[in-house]
Design a protein around this ligand. Structure first.
Ligand SMILES: *Cc1c(COP(=O)(O)O)cnc(C)c1O
Length: 464
């Protein structure tokens, strides 16, 4: 595949390689056996059998030498670890929230938030669901209500801010159930399930004034908010000259608190936190974290993990880091688009999402087109991707039926600072080979279905 240089703005990686990890290419026979043993679920493949691992950008980033050095500075005191205070300083400085409760990862923070703020029968609006976020809301007795703009559900729409909240949808919900039954709005930056799509600052400002009026807190899922800040600068009037750092702070200042999976933006292999400005919520979170995670100055993490996270925050807001992060994702996306592979537009920040319905129009959604495509890509080239469609969406708790989401996607997710441009070329060439052979791809039948977050452990069999 040839690339016109005009399509590649120069964004060389702002680092050089000091240590390498060897990877292994397998034979087709080995991959056939591996995917069969994994029940055609890429989550169940052993990583030693994977060549290029694009399953997720979660906890898969390469840490810097400074972060590794930070691990050696771990203060493993049970209580009052020095690293906790470093993390608290960094969160206050860059995110601006007053109070911090560390957790082992994002879902630990989601558990605290949901249990503290949601009461039985509440409704929690959000700009599209995320798997663990919605499940914690439901386990706390709440019902998630999708209030993202319609364009987010249309993979072909080129709307620049597909992560925006539809204010009319939100207002309709608040009118219908009453603001007292809406404990908060769950706002995600660079909406993962929509294809990594940002919200705009204008939308957030409007949301903020609406929520002030109705006394509804805004709780940010800050997992990829720095990447969201990048798109605000690129696409929104008045932000071209602002730093990522100042845009991040402006976002956080318009919200009341956040949950964070530090395994994404923040360049660590494990970690997360809950942060907020309200002291009474903080006190509850600080108390509850002791039950589920650990004491409030470590929250399930080692001191060294908190140090790596504190350093990760400072590296994640560096302009040249995000330029190369987003540049690499676009490089891959542009190659696929040029080859005619149907992908979600505009290209987001953390992944390329292949539109599996368009790719495999001959499959019914209950034949799990995205799951089938992910399995096929592994068979073809040892590349591991993830299903984000009918399997991930799960069943409706009331009807017990598959939710049949509008988006049936395969996610090629790029770990941060891990793979090179040559790896991206290999990925693009492999996807294109599968695309050329698409008519021969068959669907799958689910033969084992776990009760919670089924996509992680479900097993399948090829349809004959
Ligand atoms: C990964 C993720 C989470 C959950 O975080 P974990 O660290 O995996 O528990 C929550 N929200 C979003 C948007 C995510 O991408």
């Amino acid at each position: 595949m040839t690339m016109k240089t005009s399509h590649r703005p120069s964004w060389a990686e702002p680092y050089k390689i000091k240590t390498v990890e060897l990877i292994r290419m397998t034979t087709r026979e080995e991959r056939e056996q591996a995917i069969r043993e994994a029940g055609y679920n890429t989550f169940l493949i052993r990583s030693r059998d994977v060549y290029i691992d694009l399953l997720t950008d979660s906890g898969t980033s390469a840490m810097s030498d400074r972060q590794w050095a930070g691990l050696m500075m771990g203060d493993e005191a049970y209580s009052g670890s020095e690293n906790f205070y470093h993390l608290q300083d960094a969160v206050r400085e860059y995110y601006g929230y007053k109070y911090l409760v560390p957790t082992h990862q994002g879902r630990g923070a989601e558990n605290l938030l949901s249990q503290i703020m949601i009461k039985e029968g509440d409704y929690v609006p959000g700009n599209m669901y995320f798997t663990t976020t919605r499940l914690h809301q439901e386990l706390a007795g709440g019902t998630f209500v999708d209030v993202i703009i319609d364009e987010a559900h249309d993979p072909a729409s080129r709307h620049p801010f597909k992560g925006n909240v539809d204010m009319e949808k939100l207002d309709r919900l608040v009118q219908e159930v009453g603001a007292e039954n809406v404990p908060y709005i769950s706002l995600e930056g660079n909406v993962n399930m929509a294809g990594g799509q940002p919200f705009s600052m204008a939308n957030l400002k409007e949301l903020n004034s609406y929520c002030r009026k109705h006394n509804i807190p805004i709780m940010l899922d800050a997992t990829r908010t720095i990447e969201n800040a990048w798109f605000i600068r690129e696409r929104e009037d008045g932000y071209a000259d602002k730093s990522l750092r100042s845009i991040l702070r402006e976002i956080c200042d318009l919200t009341d608190g956040c949950t964070m999976s530090a395994k994404k933006d923040l360049l660590v292999n494990i970690g997360g936190f809950f942060a907020c400005n309200d002291e009474s919520i903080f006190l509850k979170a600080q108390n509850m974290v002791v039950v589920y995670e650990g004491l409030h100055t470590y929250g399930g993490l080692a001191g060294r993990d908190m140090e790596a996270m504190a350093i990760g925050i400072r590296e994640a807001v560096m302009e040249e880091h995000q330029a190369s992060r987003i540049g690499q994702v676009r490089y891959l996306g542009d190659m696929l688009r040029q080859a005619g592979v149907p992908i979600v537009n505009p290209i987001g920040s953390h992944a390329i999402f292949i539109d599996a319905r368009k790719f495999l129009p001959h499959l019914d959604q209950d034949e799990y087109p995205a799951q089938s495509l992910a399995a096929e890509l592994y068979l073809e080239a040892g590349i591991r991707a993830m299903e984000r469609g009918n399997v991930s969406a799960g069943r409706d708790p009331v009807t017990g039926k598959n939710r049949h989401p509008a988006l049936e996607l395969v996610r090629l997710t790029l770990p941060r600072r891990v793979y090179t441009q040559a790896h991206m070329d290999v990925v693009a060439e492999s996807v294109v080979r599968v695309f050329e052979n698409r008519d021969n791809i068959k669907g799958l039948k689910m033969i084992y279905e776990p009760e919670y977050l089924r996509f992680f452990q479900a097993r399948f069999e090829p349809l004959t």
